[in-house]
Design a protein around this ligand. Structure first.
Ligand SMILES: [Zn+2]
Length: 566
C-alpha cells in the first residue's frame, strides 16, 4: 500500500467517525479486475505507522468473487479471533460492483489497544474464501498506554496540577494524574478525526525519585535486627497524588529498635544502659519507624571494628551501590564524630539511624549524663519520621518536589529541632531512674541560654535561629534558647507539653502536603494558637527578664516527672 492511502484512511478515532473512504477504495481499485479472480482484504485500522492507545476500532473490508467465509485477526503473528464480517460498505460495493455482496464486506469491532504492551505491534487480517484461498493485509503500529489497561472512576483523572505547553498542532501535558499515576503526555491534532489524540505517554518517576523502580523488592520482611534491618532496594509507592508519593512499609506494624554494638569489650557494660533506655523509649515514646542504634568507642576501637560499623551504617543509609565509597568517605572523621539521629527520605524505608559514641558516657561524672545525648538523638529520629507520616492515611509520604530538588527532609527551624530535642531529653530523663537531676539539667540549659544573651543587642531574637545555628558567647542559642522557648510554651498552657512532644509534628506533616513552604509556621500557629510573630516578640522580651523570673517558669522536678505526652 502506498503511504498516501494510509494518510487518507487515518480517519477512525475513538469517536468512530468515518470519512474519506471513497478516496481509499477508488485508489485500491485503480487496477481493473475481473469478477472471477477478485480476492482482497484491507485492514484500515490500526493505521500502519500510526500510534494507537486506549479502546479504538479494529476494522477493514474483504471481498472475494467466490465469497468470503471468514476474516481472521492475527496479532503479532498469533491467531487472535475471527472478526465479525458482513458490515455494510456501500463504498466497497461501488468499487467492486461485479463481486457478489461486496456492499456487505465490512468487518469492524472495538478493540482495547491498551491491552497490548507499549511499543511496536502488528495486526493482520486474513481473509478466507469458501474454496480455501487466503489473502492478508497487515499494519505495523505503535501502542502508547497508561500503566493500567482501563482507567475508570469519577476521580480517575486529575489535571489540576498539570502544566501544558502548546507548540504547532501539538499539546504537551506534564504531570497529569491518571489512575493514581503521574504521566507526561503529548497530544497531536488529527485532521481526519477532527480532534486530538494521545500520541506519547511517559510515566513520571512514580515509584521513587531515582527512577529505579523495583517491582519486587526482596525485603527482609521480618525486619529482624540480627538479619540487618533494611530493604535490599527502595520499595515502590502504593499511591501518588499531586504532591507526594505514599508508602506502606513492611515493618509498620512493629517498628523495631535495633542496637548495633562494636567491640563490646571497650564499652564497659554501658551497652546494657543503652539497651535499657532504648527499650524504655520503645514502650513510652514509641517511634513509627525502626531505629537503628550504632554504638562504638570511636577513640579506642580497632580499624576493623570501625570499618564494620561504617559498612553497616552505609548499607542502611545508602541503599544505592555506593556503600564502599560511603565507608571510605567517612574513614577520616573517627575520633571527632558528633552524635546524631534522624531519617532522610532517601532511606526512610530502612528506618532511622542513631549514632552514639562511648565518649557520651565517659566525659561527665556520672555515666547517666550520657543518656541526655541518647534521648536527644532519639527524639530527632521521632521528629524527622513524623514529618513524613500522614496520620489520616497511615502512610508515609515523600514530597515529589523535594525529591526533584534533592531535598531529603522538610524544613524544620533549628531552634525547634534542637531545642525540641533538648526539651524532650529532659522530659524523658525525668521519667527514668537515673543518677542525674533532670531539674538541674534544665537549669543548666537556662544558664547556657543566658550566656548567649550576655551583651546581646536589641535585635537579638530566637527568629535568627530558624536556619542557622551560630555560637553566641560560646553557646549555641538554637539549643539552649530553643529549649527555653519550649519551656516558655509549656508554662503558657499545660496542654502544650504534649503538643511540643508529639502533636506539632503530626500537624506539620499534614500541612506539608498542601503548603510546604509555610507548613512549619502554619502548624506552629495552629498547634499553639499564637501567631509566630507574637510568639517571637513575647519570648524575646521574656528572655530579657532577670534570672529569677526565668527560673520561675521552669517546672519542678516533680512536674517534669508527672507531665504526660500520651
Ligand atoms: Zn541534635
Amino acid at each position: 500500500m502506498a503511504s498516501s492511502h494510509q494518510t487518507a484512511l487515518r480517519s477512525i478515532g475513538l469517536r468512530g467517525l468515518v470519512v474519506c473512504m471513497a478516496l481509499t477504495v477508488a485508489s485500491t481499485t485503480a487496477t481493473v479486475v475481473t469478477a472471477s479472480d477478485v480476492l482482497r482484504v484491507m485492514i484500515e485500522e490500526p493505521v500502519a505507522g500510526e500510534t494507537h492507545g486506549g479502546v479504538g476500532n479494529l476494522r477493514g473490508w474483504a471481498v472475494a468473487s467466490e465469497g468470503i467465509e471468514k476474516v481472521e485477526i492475527w496479532i503479532d503473528g498469533a491467531y487472535a479471533f475471527d472478526a465479525p464480517y458482513g458490515g455494510s460498505r456501500g463504498d466497497v460495493g461501488g468499487a467492486f460492483p461485479e463481486v457478489p455482496n461486496s456492499d456487505k464486506s465490512g468487518f469492524s469491532l472495538a478493540y482495547a489497544y491498551s491491552n497490548l504492551s507499549a511499543g511496536s505491534h502488528t495486526i493482520s487480517a486474513v481473509a478466507h474464501t469458501a474454496a480455501g484461498n487466503t489473502t492478508e493485509s497487515a499494519a505495523n503500529f505503535t501502542v502508547v498506554k497508561f500503566k493500567d489497561a482501563f482507567i475508570s472512576g469519577p476521580n480517575a483523572v486529575d489535571l489540576s496540577g498539570t502544566s501544558c505547553e502548546a507548540n504547532g498542532d501539538e499539546v504537551s501535558a506534564s504531570s497529569a494524574l491518571i489512575g493514581g499515576y503521574l504521566y507526561d503526555m503529548v497530544l497531536d491534532w488529527r485532521t481526519a478525526e477532527q480532534g486530538f489524540e494521545i500520541v506519547e505517554i511517559a510515566e513520571k518517576n512514580n515509584a521513587n525519585g531515582n527512577g529505579d523502580t523495583n517491582p519486587n523488592p526482596i525485603d527482609n520482611s521480618n525486619f529482624d535486627c540480627e538479619e540487618g534491618l533494611y530493604y535490599s532496594s527502595r520499595p515502590q509507592s502504593v499511591s501518588v497524588d499531586q504532591t507526594h508519593r505514599y508508602y506502606v512499609y513492611g515493618w509498620q506494624g512493629d517498628p523495631h529498635i535495633c542496637i548495633n554494638t562494636y567491640e563490646e569489650g571497650l564499652l564497659g557494660g554501658r551497652e546494657e544502659k543503652v539497651t535499657s533506655v532504648m527499650g524504655w523509649v520503645k514502650e513510652n515514646l514509641p517511634n513509627i519507624i525502626p531505629v537503628n542504634v550504632f554504638y562504638i568507642d570511636q577513640i579506642n576501637a580497632s580499624d576493623e571494628a570501625k570499618r564494620r560499623h561504617d559498612t553497616d551504617f552505609c548499607k542502611l543509609v545508602r541503599p544505592d551501590d555506593d556503600v564502599t565509597e560511603c565507608v571510605n568517605d567517612s574513614a577520616d572523621s573517627w575520633g571527632d564524630r558528633s552524635y546524631g539521629g534522624g531519617v532522610y527520605s532517601s532511606y526512610l524505608h530502612n528506618g532511622a539511624d542513631l549514632m552514639i559514641y562511648d565518649d557520651a558516657f565517659t566525659q561527665d561524672d556520672s555515666e547517666d549524663e550520657g543518656i541526655r545525648y541518647l534521648t536527644h538523638e532519639y527524639f530527632h529520629t521521632f521528629q524527622t519520621s513524623h514529618l513524613f507520616y500522614f496520620d489520616d492515611k497511615q502512610q508515609f509520604g515523600i514530597s515529589t518536589r523535594d525529591e526533584e530538588e534533592g531535598k531529603r527532609l522538610p524544613f524544620l527551624p533549628i531552634w525547634l529541632g534542637e531545642g525540641g530535642a533538648d526539651f524532650a531529653s529532659v522530659a524523658m530523663m525525668s521519667k527514668l531512674d537515673l543518677e542525674v537531676d533532670h531539674y538541674e539539667q534544665a537549669i543548666r540549659f537556662l544558664n547556657q541560654a543566658m550566656r548567649s544573651l550576655e551583651g546581646a543587642d536589641a535585635s537579638f531574637s530566637l527568629q535568627n535561629f530558624e536556619d542557622e545555628n551560630t555560637r553566641i558567647n560560646d553557646e549555641f542559642y538554637a539549643y539552649d534558647g530553643g529549649f527555653m522557648a519550649h519551656v516558655y510554651l509549656w508554662h503558657l498552657d499545660e496542654g502544650n507539653f504534649k503538643k511540643l512532644m508529639v502533636d506539632y509534628y503530626l500537624i506539620f506533616a499534614e500541612k506539608y502536603k498542601l503548603s510546604p513552604d509555610t507548613a512549619w509556621k502554619d502548624a506552629f500557629e495552629e498547634t499553639f494558637e499564637i501567631s509566630l510573630e507574637n510568639f517571637y516578640s513575647d519570648f524575646d522580651a521574656f528572655m530579657t527578664q532577670d534570672i529569677e523570673s526565668l527560673r520561675a517558669i521552669i517546672k519542678s522536678a516533680d512536674e517534669w516527672t508527672k507531665a504526660s505526652w500520651d
